[in-house]
Design a binder for this molecule. Structure first.
Ligand SMILES: Cc1cc2nc3c(=O)[nH]c(=O)nc-3n(C[C@H](O)[C@H](O)[C@H](O)COP(=O)(O)OP(=O)(O)OC[C@H]3O[C@@H](n4cnc5c(N)ncnc54)[C@H](O)[C@@H]3O)c2cc1C
Ligand code: FES
Length: 336
């Protein structure tokens, strides 16, 4: 089906059952998105003519009033007839080409009881560029996909570093903690997402929850290793000390780099000096939120709290860039 993007005038062919966002990404057009699960609202756009449908009903992040006013969530919207939608194209990352590539698991390392570090090797002849903070999709059967953030900065394109948290009975992560071995072949697509480091001169505030630390690590390393002169504070929230799997490295880095400040935050009340959520620690930390560029990634509840609460304490909502670690749409649609 034919979809026109306004104001860019780009034309898309959307396949049967494919979302408008997926068709755009397949065509190399980076439209605003994050969760791709209908839950964060980042892909909201206005339908100018035609109409869209939702296979699983109106998504969570689209109110009935918004739907009635002609808004749609492109990550879920299907086009059964020609449609024009008004949406912004992300200029800053259009030079990054979205690719589908095979790769091999080169190295696996248990980082925490439920977190596996995976290092993926791409074919030697392929150049893979990304922006610090972006993610890739690991492709499963029948076009289904699972998203994981890249934990290393772009200069290291020979190996992609992922931090994969085991997810209950989750399909892919059960494989990672079970049958996967070094040498396993995977297919990935990427780079994806708008959580990307944006150059500037103000302080940077990085907020990661659990494996939401992964994209923060990529940004942190990019800033420190490329000599960018900005103050960086990382708040890393987890339940227990064991979940802060790179705590020692971060403490050491903070001791060596005067412009880097590291604040570990433990939510489990049984841990000494803890019992706070990471956004509460940011607010209590007295950071100059109004001047900061804020990056956040992790569990949806944590990201929602950062987006809601920090602007109430002076942060500029337009300067909060985030990835909400939602489950994939096919997993959310599964009966419990
Ligand atoms: C932009 C983005 C970036 C992300 N980055 C990361 C990252 O860097 N690291 C990371 O760890 N995660 C990340 N995530 C989250 C990750 O993509 C999800 O956790 C992923 O869905 C897990 O895949 P899975 O196949 O193991 O689980 P899924 O199969 O997707 O299952 C998801 C959930 O459903 C439950 N479930 C599955 N099957 C059943 C069943 N039959 N009955 C009942 N319940 C069931 C599982 O227990 C699990 O809780 C990211 C997500 C997004 C959107
Ligand atoms: S709601 Fe569409 S990307 Fe999150």
């Amino acid at each position: 089906m034919h979809v026109t993007l306004v104001p860019s005038g780009e034309q898309l062919e959307v396949e049967q059952g494919e979302s408008i966002l997926d068709a755009a990404l397949r065509a190399g057009l980076n439209l605003p998105h994050s969760c791709k699960a209908g839950r964060c609202g980042t892909c909201k756009a206005r339908v100018l003519y035609g109409s869209v449908t939702y296979p699983a009903g109106r998504p969570l992040a689209l109110s009935a009033a918004e739907q009635d006013s002609g808004y749609a969530l492109l990550c879920q919207a299907r086009a059964d007839r020609p449609v024009a939608v008004e949406t912004r194209q992300i200029e800053s990352v259009t030079d990054v080409q979205i690719r589908s590539l095979p790769c091999r698991v080169q190295r696996m390392k248990r980082l925490a009881p439920d977190v596996m570090g995976l290092w993926l090797r791409l074919p030697a002849i392929e150049l893979f560029h990304w922006q610090p903070g972006q993610y890739i999709d690991v492709m499963l059967s029948a076009g289904r996909r699972r998203s994981f953030s890249l934990a290393n900065p772009p200069g290291e394109s020979a190996l992609l570093e992922l931090h994969v948290r085991r997810s209950g009975r989750g399909e892919f992560t059960t494989q990672v903690f079970g049958s996967m071995t070094e040498g396993t072949l995977l297919r990935i697509e990427g780079p994806l997402g708008q959580l990307t480091y944006r150059p500037g001169s103000g302080p940077l505030l990085l907020v990661g929850g659990g494996t939401g630390y992964a994209p923060m690590k990529a940004i942190l390393r990019h800033v420190l290793e490329s000599g960018v002169a900005r103050q960086v504070t990382l708040y890393w929230g987890a339940r227990t000390c064991a979940d802060l799997y790179e705590d020692a490295w971060l403490r050491d880095l903070a001791a060596r780099e005067s412009r880097f400040h590291y604040v570990p935050v433990l939510s489990d009340e049984a841990q000494p000096g803890s019992g706070r959520l990471v956004h509460e620690a940011v607010i209590a930390g007295g950071e100059p939120l109004g001047q900061a560029d804020i990056y956040a990634a992790g569990p949806p509840e944590m990201v929602a709290a950062v987006r809601e609460q920090l602007p109430q304490h002076g942060a500029d909502a337009a300067r909060i860039v985030f990835d909400s670690f939602e489950y994939a749409p096919d997993a959310l649609a599964r009966p419990k």
